[in-house]
Ligand binder design. Sequence first.
Ligand code: SAM
Length: 277
Amino acid sequence: MSALRRPLKSLGQNFLVDDNVIEKIIQAAHIQPEQAVLEIGPGRGALTVHLAERAGRLVLIEFDHALAAWHRDQLKDNGHTTVIDADVLKVDLAALLAENPQKWNVVANLPYNISTEVLFRLYGVHDRLSRMTLMLQKEVGDRLAAPPNCSAYGVTTVLLGLWFDISRAFVVHPGSFHPSPKVDSVVLNFIPLAEARAEVGDEDVFRSVVKSAFSMRRKTLINCLKSAEFAKTVDCAALLEACGIDGRRRGETLALEEFAALSRYVTDALKTVTETN
Ligand code: SAM
């Protein structure tokens, strides 16, 4: 069968082969009857068969053309499943998720090489989601729960933390996959919040403030912020002073509230410039 040819390392193909772990992920996903479910990277279908049984609508995005074709064939009699043969990073997720009036439950054992990029994209559609259950490399998962002032605290911690309650469900050891990865994995539950944890003004501005603050981890905050696009119009020293933040600090010492304050200030400053031009 084409689906069972050798796993491709380039596509992060570590397939789940442990029934106990598969069952625990499906339980953690809390799929409601008639719910719309998105699975990213269904692979050989370890999770997919259970999702197809439970979901009201199921969309699969798989970049391995042979596996996508195999799923299409397997699920041809299942009228509520759609297979998208594509790179998830190129799919317009906002448009896809808008097709269904109800919010989506996302379930995925993500390919490690693109998991951070996928997290950013899912963050971008948080308002279309009711829940996510994602398996990530443990190191990436640990970052999401990291407090300020530690090396694991970074862009994903701050961005995802604005809109999601994130909790660790359980750790998965390499032996649960074929082939076995070199590192542990972790399954996390993401519950979207009805309101952001902090008022940030424009969310695109928030994203660029956070990304620039972490852009050079060994440099001071002021130097990092000065490299951002908004620094062409916003005076970074005045920004930091207005927010009561010492520019000699490192980005990784800032709490979410402090990033939010910087973002609100930059949002207002950019608005004022646009209005006066
Ligand atoms: N869900 C399956 C499981 O748990 O056994 C497979 C998980 S495997 C870690 C990751 C899957 O994502 C593979 O099937 C791989 O082909 C697919 N994949 C890799 N890169 C992708 C991309 N850019 N877009 C969509 N799917 C991708």
